[in-house]
Ligand binder design. Sequence first.
Ligand code: ADP
Length: 396
Amino acid sequence: MKILVINCGSSSLKYQLFDMENEDVLVQGLVERIGIEGSRLVQKKDGDKYIIEEPMANHTEAVGHVFDALVDSENGVIESLDEIDAVGHRFVHGGEKATKSALINDEVKAIIEDSAKFAPLHNPANLMGLKACEELLPNVPNVAVFDTAFHQTMPAKTYLYGIDYKYYEEDGIRKYGFHGTSHNYITNRAAELLEKPLEETNIISAHLGNGSSITAVKEGKSFDTTMGLTPLEGLVMGTRSGDLDPAVVTYIEEKDGVSPSDMNNILNKQSGVLGVSGVSSDFRDLEDAAKEGNERAKFALDMFATRAKRYIAGYMAEIEKVDAIVFTGGIGENSIEMREDILKGFEQFGIKIDPEKNNVRGGEHVISTDDSKVKIMVIATNEELMIARDTKNLVK
Ligand code: ADP
């Protein structure tokens, strides 16, 4: 069975074609600048790159080029589009009704459209990818995999905000959580590596990348997570502020006459470690700048570590018994120093990172000392594979 996984952004599209026989990635690619001058598709196979540079006015045209690339006689990996058995799509927000992945039908589309009020940039972009596939591959089933679904097991005490209950009842304002596909993958993989049944596995999953979130997983299910109604809550991120006193927002809006949509842009695009450091949102740049003595880059990294530490410690108390703390995402998998900084202070609870074992990037490793009370692990995440697996299970 061959499954195409599509992850659409507002002007970009990432894809991977899986052969589910042995879960091999046959090919992967990225389309950028959809609807903007300079549209470009780059497909990678065994280290070779195939590039298409042609105008792509919308997602349907972009998906059309993806299909051309997949069946290209020289650079493609399939002979005909008939070989694609199903398409799995990443959707950012599924609200309260999307509790798991689903075969696309009118009801699921209505859920996605309704949830777009909380993900106005993402859900419509994700839908454009779906519409393109429905148009160009009318006989192939489509599956929606939601970033929020894994977190629908959170109890009310962790998902409610401390505001008038009517906002929850009338408008659905609550914590939904994101990166669910990644936290779900990490939970499953950690359970396998720990050799524990999933329903007995308690972990703290730290997905640290451009966007970052930490999830407390109790008995294999999401119990609490740092992102909220939108991905803005929680950790200090590349360009997102994470938690702050809501009065900061109203103060800036009033003082500078900033509109809600501009404020949204400030908090999502111009804040986080980029805003604090004034250097970059990229942790490699920040680590370099900090080494050269840039004070603000150092603050930014320290703030990131401090908040991650605060959440990990809090979540450990929330779920009471923890089997492992797992790092994933670009920073979690690669930043040796950040992992060490985050876990500084946990030694007093018998949780100890082993500096030598921690000297790894990517892959799957236990990086704690043999006598550490809680295992510390690095597990490279694989959201696309999780989407492909869910898609396979739903169309089988
Ligand atoms: P996204 O959320 O866009 O998927 P990623 O998970 O790819 O992001 O993470 C991107 C982040 O990972 C960037 O801040 C990048 O600097 C960081 N990163 C990647 N490699 C390293 C490394 N070797 N050391 C430190 N940070 C790294």
